[in-house]
Design a protein. Sequence first.
Length: 555
Amino acid sequence: MEERKSKNFIEQIIESDLESGKHASIHTRFPPEPNGFLHIGHCKAICLNFELAKQYDGVTNLRFDDTNPTTEDTTYVDAIKNDIKWLGYDWEDRLFFASDYFQQLYDMALMLIKKGLAYVDDSTPEEIAAEKGTTTEPGINGKYRDRTIEENLDLFNRMKQGEFPDGSKVLRAKIDMAHPNLLMRDPLMYRIKKEDHHRTGDAWCIYPLYDFTHGQSDAIEGITHSLCSLEFRHHRDLYNWFIENLEIYPSRQIEFSRMNVEYMITSKRKLKRLVEEGLVSGWDDPRMSTISAMRRKGFPAAALRVFCDKVGLTKRENLIEIDLLESCVRDELNKISTRVMVVSDPLLLTITNYPEGQTEMMKGDNNPEDENSGTRDMPFSRKLYIERADFMENAPKKYYRLSEGRNVRLKHAYIVHCEKAIKNEAGEVIEVKCTYYPDSKSGQDNSGVKSKGVLHWVEAENCIPCEIREYGQLFTVPDPTSDDEKDILDYFNKDSLSVNDKAVMEPFLNDVDTETHLQFMRKGYYIKDITSTSEKVIFNNTVALKSSYKPPHRK
């Protein structure tokens, strides 16, 4: 019987709320800002929100918190929607934008002004910062804090009408400049930005800040449980203050630890920097931590969902081993990948007793883990390519690959006996000559010949050149953001990409699509890159064949 997992703290809260009658059903949301591509951290939040809603017969909204026209773009909106769909989740008809609520948010701001709980401040950003105080010293009231309600209403309306230049005025909540939580010391609610918005165009020249938008948008949508990562813990006081003073739907904010994975960064600002400085080819460069990059690298969506489930939920930040992520990917790929043959460093093998001009088709299992995967035909003839590393002169006794005087089986084909190596003038081996045992065909072997080693190969005449891209970690240390005094580029791995343009592949691979997962026999898991063409086939490595991950010991 499968061991039942104990309930995590969020599940316990939800079940308590349902049992008490506080909520008849749950309503979650995933609220990305459309200012970059989603990354591994967002993956955890997506899975959490959609899976909890599914588990408790609730629903999940997709809402774009699009309050900053300077950094947001419909390109990011489309990419985010594609990533969520690819992960296997559907928001159905519940697609919303914070910009849908700009008028409601403006009206809420007016309400706070009328209650004497918000004011227009003409101070500079430097003055506001200086007046805010520190964690050990209270802030001080600014000279504009005691403006009358009428004056604040007039100024805020004129801000909306575009009378004032960018940065000249802000709207702030009037809370407590001595509050122990610095975020409660009269936080900014609105700023002037005379820039077109990707959805509302030039209809607005003032935009609400995230802290004023987030909770109210949750309330407007009737979100029961607003799930956030731990960095929003200190924002919760402000979240609740707005809800209480606006007397709106009391969504509950709950924080959980964010997803931090070795050798990956989850700051969109830092990821964007890598893109803009040309250190990677784009947001979907397979070395990046974005969902689109992991998809391009060949990570299956199911593996990411399993990974998020295995990591689980905690209230304490930690750094997840990347080996665990790759182990989840490998487990899924082993079930679904088509086994194929690619030779990365070709060495010619000639079977001297095989009929010249003859080609026969060998049957290869596409996936022994899947009985419905079928087989494929692979051409076989007198001349083949094997890996250069699979031949050795003067090999030791326990060397089970190819060496003079030894037998080895060619996968899905015959056993061959190595006769001699041919060298060029520089003394390099350029060809190995073998004979084969005609009765040793795979699946029909009546030869009685013994062979301990098995090699992959491709037929020389019909093989197709291809390029193999091996991607390593983007950084040289597990946590490139741990030292505040260091720039992440101090840890940038300049050798994180190597390109092999001399590989050859079996013809079958010419027609596979960019969604088909492949296992290159004896090498690893790969996927055809989206930039492949009929003239140039490119493969990205996904993960190695074997994992170094060992699950923690449980008593």
